[in-house]
Design a binder for this molecule. Structure first.
Ligand code: NAP
Length: 317
């Protein structure tokens, strides 16, 4: 507990130092960052988002890149080349899962890339079918990835034995095998039941979030607990992206900023205090999806985006 508090104090000082360092940069960039923070000011996570460093300080004390690559549906060589494209483009955040069957490919790309391990942040997940033998499943993930440690390990869905499995995650943190832990597809009711039963607060919750499914109440609830929110299916998932990119509101905001609809959607997420992991196997798209730190949606544009919500979930969980 004492150690955690010291870490929190250290984080605050470090963020303060970053803010001071910003004074040396161009006035224009400083002003842009101030505006962005002002827009985020009603958001309890604002203090932890550092748009200059492009990272968020998780409640575990670790720093996570705000934007990266999701690898669902990317198999074998395609997964490996996509992760390599991300790392070559300066991206450092990768989301995988035991369920995606591509942890080996992710690990191979990380090792091949030549980028120092400490700079890279890898998220993986245990599937409910693994909960009964969670400790064994953690060892398997470590072996498949073969990158020394896991930056963030999530439970993929609520399920039978999830509390016990989470306790195995807590143990793996104490053993230094895993740095941060969290949940995926947990909503308000599930969190209210789950949190009193565990010792370590999840660092992050990863849920479906896109312009047609904004889940604002859940996002605010999670953020109010000091937990970082990450969105999956930022473009609605495969089969929905065309409709989302050609949405009149998204397209017109994109034109106004000289950006693509994909970049507008990702940027909108960041300004809501939400980290993004778009999926792509196209190196040009992977590069494009990282170029979201040099423009800002106005308050009016954020309102227009908010008005797109249709509570339209694209997956059942
Ligand atoms: N925790 C969970 O339960 C859960 C569930 C689902 C997903 N996820 C995570 O969330 C990640 C994102 O979801 P997703 O990959 O399924 O869907 P998504 O990111 O919403 O959409 C991916 C689609 O968008 C296209 N795309 C990406 N960038 C683009 C760009 N700049 N311009 C045009 N098209 C672009 C991709 O095609 P190209 O390949 O041609 O670029 C792909 O078809 C997953 O990869 C996974 O890591 C987690």
């Amino acid at each position: 507990m004492y150690k955690q508090k010291l870490f929190a104090l250290f984080s605050v000082c470090l963020l303060g130092a970053c803010a001071c360092g910003g004074a040396a940069d161009s006035a224009q960039e400083g002003e842009k960052n101030m505006n962005i923070l002002a827009n985020l000011s009603s958001n309890p996570m604002a203090g932890n988002f550092d748009l200059k460093r492009r990272t968020v300080r998780l409640n575990s004390g670790y720093e996570m890149p705000l934007a990266g690559l999701g690898t669902y549906a990317l198999a074998d060589k395609t997964c490996e080349s996509s992760v390599l494209a991300l790392l070559a483009a300066g991206g450092r955040l990768i989301d995988t899962a035991s369920f995606y069957g591509n942890e080996e490919s992710v690990g191979r790309a990380v090792r091949k890339s030549g980028v120092p391990r400490e700079e890279i942040f890898v998220i993986t997940k245990l599937y409910p079918t693994q909960f009964a033998r969670a400790e064994e499943a953690i060892e398997q993930a470590l072996q498949k990835l073969d990158i020394g440690y896991i930056d963030l390990l999530l439970l993929h869905h609520p399920g039978r034995g999830d509390v016990k499995a989470y306790k195995a995650l807590e143990k793996a943190v104490a053993q230094g095998k895993v740095r941060s832990i969290g949940l995926s597809n947990w909503y308000i009711k599930e969190l209210r039941e789950f949190l009193p039963q565990v010792s370590v607060k999840p660092a992050l919750v990863q849920n479906e979030i896109h312009p047609y499914y904004q889940d604002t109440e859940v996002v605010k609830y999670i953020q109010s607990l000091g937990i970082t929110v990450q969105g999956w299916f930022p473009f609605g998932g495969r089969g929905h992206t065309g409709r989302m990119f050609s949405d009149g509101t998204v397209a017109s905001i994109a034109r106004a900023h000289g950006k693509t609809p994909a970049q507008v959607i990702l940027r909108w997420n960041l300004q809501r205090g939400i980290s993004v992991i778009p999926g792509s196997s196209n190196p040009a798209h992977i590069r494009e999806n990282l170029q979201i730190f040099d423009f800002e949606l106005t308050e009016e544009e954020m309102k227009q985006m908010a008005a797109l919500d249709r509570h339209e979930k694209h997956e059942w969980y």
